[in-house]
Design a binder for this molecule. Structure first.
Ligand SMILES: Cc1cc2nc3c(=O)[nH]c(=O)nc-3n(C[C@H](O)[C@H](O)[C@H](O)COP(=O)(O)O)c2cc1C
Length: 151
């Protein structure tokens, strides 16, 4: 038995879907900073590419029985990661609707997995963006090292 474990996989979720967003640049910066101090394996999930509709499942996500292929595909993708870093701007003192929608679609896929947050904004610097949203979300486990950036 080798005892070697494959490195934990972390998804860095790009939470702004605007055409001229700065979120993707901040997500790349996040991965560079994280790689400098850990050997975890990072990959991006771009919510603009995932392109989910507004939540349209008839049953609540905690049941885990999905009617739509887009939900099953999102479920497979999220399930393939061990932890997440959510990167998103502050919009109107909260977090972006596509980010919440993507979280709301699933439940067990997030459950008890560590989640870090990198958030930013022009005024509040993102400090309210996550806190006002009533974390923990979908049973995930928020980490204490949240990064706020004023742009
Ligand atoms: C709809 C909207 C609401 C915003 N609300 C806030 C806010 O409440 N606080 C803040 O600091 N910045 C706010 N901003 C500024 C954004 O944080 C800033 O434009 C940021 O670059 C947006 O990120 P993005 O370019 O990755 O989409 C808002 C921007 C938009 C488009």
């Amino acid at each position: 038995m080798s005892g070697e474990q494959s490195p934990k996989r972390v998804a860095v979720i790009i939470g702004s879907t605007r055409s001229n967003r700065i979120c993707d640049g901040i997500a790349r910066w996040t991965v560079r900073a994280a790689q400098a101090e850990s050997s975890l394996q990072y990959a991006f999930i771009d919510l603009a590419e995932v392109n989910l509709p507004f939540l349209d499942e008839p049953l609540k996500p905690a049941i885990g029985r999905y009617e739509h292929e887009h939900t099953r595909s999102w479920s497979r993708l999220v399930s393939s990661f061990d932890a997440f870093v959510l990167v998103f701007p502050q919009y109107n003192w909260g977090y972006p609707a596509p980010m919440k929608n993507a979280l709301d679609f699933l439940y067990l896929e997030w459950h008890d997995k560590p989640v870090g947050v990198v958030t930013y904004g022009t005024r509040g610097g993102g400090t309210d963006a996550w806190g006002t949203s009533g974390s923990p979300h979908a049973g995930c486990r928020p980490e204490r090292r949240t990064v706020y950036h004023r742009c």
